[in-house]
Design a protein around this ligand. Structure first.
Ligand code: ATP
Ligand code: MG
Length: 736
């Protein structure tokens, strides 16, 4: 009592302080979103150092993402008043990579080993599979890689795979191939990502001296987001924490309601097992949420109450100043309007002095970013995609664009070169080199060289067949443009060229998302009258980068938003089949649906002050529109915490009278004045308002200018800074 409480503890509530002051023995901090779990972990780190219980190098702190690791390092540094260095602080994989470098010899590697990426992994596995003569159509190597990864996630080296866990994949040869694959990796002094944890865990299991060494080093272990650990991570933690003598000083923080990675092998049961595995474990519950307003909190609590089998936690508002606004539910017509409403609201928030960095748009799936990106870009609102790439920069999108560019203009050599061997057609660098030579002598493009070589018989065997097939695909698609339109043509081209099949055959976790992106791309093309128009649009959109401001709106997936917080959170696409996802609905039963609901809970609880949920009445599937139902999660939020606006019948049912800044915006006035939105539908093409010669327009890139010529949707504009340019009408605002 005589010693004053240090400053960094004063700012905590009694339970949080308890969670920090119980320094010895196993500790589980079980608490809902925004209760300060991560803050407790960070403060605990500093506390251990400041009270002389450990040196920085004696604390092992595991975070879920590299970003979280960086933040924790900064927060610890701030509390300590100096940069924290030499820490064992990072993701499971990062820490394991460092450990494996020290002990590589125990698993037959040397410390200079390399880590393979997915492509190399697959190439190697294919080589290894050869002697088995597996029918790779039936048993795609990618899928086998998945089987192997799941074994690794569960800590199963080839020797530990029992008959019960064996897979009948590849006619029962999976295990033998797994063994051969591991042997080959070792022979090459390399390992894959999954091996980082597998090897280290194996070393800790079998080398008592190494384990003892780490028991001496790590006096304290801290783990964030414990609910999302998988089996191997759990085994690894348990090995490190359970010491021969002395207590297990392991503190894990988690929230069963935020377990959202079961699809990657995470086992929420690890939380339930904690007290059994670590006898004498203390459990601290934090109940005060300091992040969100009362309204948001109550809405999120009401939603998650629909899940069964929860551990049950109380969540009370921690700030007494924060009654806040209700959760906004906005019904819109379609995804264009959705993007428009969100972007306008963002602009209004900025106008009212809110920082863009305090605004996030969180979606269920990566492909959903596209309409928001385009809209934000057009309005000059800077954004960043967190944990991913901008839509038009994603590699599968770039591939598809290259196909389209060749279709639109056969002389686009750069585009042709990108796709000539994607998917793999056996057209190697040498063949392409020859094409270049021929093209030069013909003084024409690569496609002309191909045609000339095909007719001249210069090409042989596999590459002849491959190139002939590719050119056929282009020719057929070209004919289809005239008859059935460019959307069908592009889709057929991607099909005939084998490009779509390439991703269908790909069993990596990213593949379905890539196909979703491509579908979204096809939707986007449908919004334009012709392929060249669309390509011009894309070129412009991609060109509009270059803003270096730090203050940006964050776009990311719900999964990627875990642990983060923002003043304002937009949650678009709350519709059955989008969120909850179609996959979760198809699976039937409650398991997948409950995980979606947890994801919704994660989304809502990212918001400090404002949460805005949107749902569209219909979504475009190519040129058609499909009606969609509002997500059941909307219904599940207790009515007293929401405020509904928009025009769908679903909304009218419990529409509230109180207007809000979001309800009165573009929905009632339809669109911000003076701004001409891009044509939302093909049908609107001919009827849309036209911009005449003499009009003053504003273009996001070239600034203000006067229209000097107009032809359909193409304008010739004399810009103040930039001179005369041809641009698309959908890209300019009318100023007068
Ligand atoms: P999540 O479950 O989303 O990961 P969390 O439990 O880790 O959330 P934190 O991110 O640590 O929660 O904290 C949420 C917010 O509340 C942060 O802005 C944090 O600074 C603030 N906070 C935590 N504890 C207190 C406190 N005692 N007083 C004031 N603010 C607090
Ligand atoms: Mg956290």
């Amino acid at each position: 009592p005589l010693i004053p409480t240090p400053d960094y503890l004063v700012r905590l509530n009694p339970e949080q302080r308890r969670a920090i002051e119980i320094t010895e023995g196993p500790l589980l901090i079980l608490a809902g979103a925004g209760t300060g779990k991560t803050r407790v972990l960070t403060t605990r780190f500093a506390h251990l150092l400041l009270t002389g219980r450990a040196y920085p190098s004696q604390i092992l702190a595991v975070t879920f993402t590299n970003k979280a690791a960086r933040e924790m390092r900064e927060r610890v540094g701030a509390i300590l008043g100096e940069p924290a260095e030499g820490l064992w602080l990072g993701t499971f994989h990062a820490i394991c990579a460092r450990m494996l470098r020290r002990h590589a010899e125990y698993v037959g590697l040397n410390s200079g080993f390399t880590i393979l990426d997915t492509d190399d992994q697959l190439r190697l596995l294919k080589q290894v599979m050869e002697p088995w003569r597996i029918d790779t159509k039936r048993w795609p190597p990618n899928q086998l890689l998945g089987v192997i990864q799941r074994w690794k996630d569960r800590g199963l080296t080839p020797d530990r795979v029992t008959s019960a866990e064996d897979s009948d994949f590849a006619n029962g040869h999976a295990l033998a191939i797994y063994r051969a694959y591991q042997e080959r990796l070792t022979a090459l002094n390399t390992c894959d990502f999954g091996d980082l944890m597998l090897h280290v865990t194996e070393i800790l299991r079998t080398q008592p001296n190494v384990l003892a060494q780490y028991h001496r080093i790590f006096r304290y272990i801290l783990v964030d987001e414990y609910q999302d650990t998988n089996t191997i991570q759990y085994l690894w933690l348990r090995l490190l924490a359970k010491r021969e003598s002395g207590p297990s000083n392991i503190a894990c923080v988690g929230d069963d309601d935020q377990s959202i990675y079961s699809w990657r092998g995470a086992e929420v049961e690890n939380i339930l097992r904690f007290e059994k595995d670590f006898p004498g474990a203390q459990v601290v519950r934090l109940e005060r949420n300091y992040r969100s307003t009362v309204q948001i909190l109550a809405a999120a609590a009401g939603l998650i109450a629909h899940n069964d089998g929860r551990l049950g936690k109380t969540l009370r508002p921690g700030r007494d100043d924060a009654e806040g606004e209700r959760v906004q539910i906005i019904g819109v017509r379609d995804s264009d309007e959705e993007a428009r409403v969100v972007a306008s609201a963002v602009e209004r928030l900025r106008g009212n002095g809110h920082a863009l960095s305090e605004i996030a748009i969180l979606m269920r799936a990566g492909f959903q970013t596209r309409p928001f990106e385009e809209r934000l870009m057009m309005m000059g609102l800077p954004y960043r995609i967190v944990g991913g790439q901008r839509f038009y920069e994603r590699s599968e999108i770039r591939d598809c664009l290259a196909y389209m560019r060749v279709l639109a203009q056969g002389s686009d050599d750069l585009a042709f070169e990108r796709i000539v061997n994607v998917p793999k057609r056996g057209v190697g660098a040498v063949a392409v080199q020859k094409l270049h030579v021929q093209a030069r002598s013909l003084n024409g493009p690569l496609t002309a060289a191909v045609r000339s070589q095909l007719s001249g018989g210069a090409l042989k065997g596999k590459s002849r067949e491959a190139l002939a097939g590719l050119m056929d695909a282009f020719d057929r698609a070209f004919a289809v443009v005239e008859t059935e339109g460019h959307v069908v043509a592009v889709e057929q081209l991607l099909e005939d060229s084998g490009y779509l099949q390439m991703w269908r055959d790909d069993r990596s976790v990213e593949a379905p998302g890539r196909l979703d992106n491509i579908r979204e791309l096809l939707r986007a093309i449908g919004e334009f009258g012709t392929l060249p128009e669309f390509l011009e649009h894309v070129a412009l959109v991609m060109d509009m980068e270059g803003d270096t401001s730090e203050d940006k709106v964050s776009l990311m997936t719900l999964h990627g938003s875990k642990g983060l917080e923002f003043d304002t959170v937009f949650l678009p696409g709350w519709e059955e089949g989008v969120f909850p996802s179609q996959r979760s609905l198809d699976e039937g039963g409650n398991r997948a649906l409950e995980e979606e609901r947890r994801l919704a809970y994660v989304g809502l609880t990212r918001a400090r002050k404002r949460a805005i949920v949107l749902h569209a009445a219909s979504r475009r599937i190519y040129a058609n529109w499909q009606a969609s139902m509002p997500s059941r999660f909307i219904e599940e939020i207790p009515a007293e915490y929401v405020e509904v606006s928009g025009q769908t019948s679903e909304n009218r049912r419990h529409a509230s009278a109180a207007p809000s800044m979001f309800a009165t915006g573009p929905l009632t006035s339809s669109r911000p004045s003076g701004f001409r939105p891009p044509r939302p539908k093909v049908t609107a093409l001919k009827s849309g308002p036209s911009i005449g010669v003499g009009a003053t327009v504003f273009h996001p890139k070239f600034g203000e200018g006067v229209v000097t010529g107009a032809e359909g949707d193409r304008l010739e504009v004399n810009f103040e800074n930039g001179g005369v340019k041809r641009v698309m009408a959908s890209f300019v605002e009318i100023r007068s």
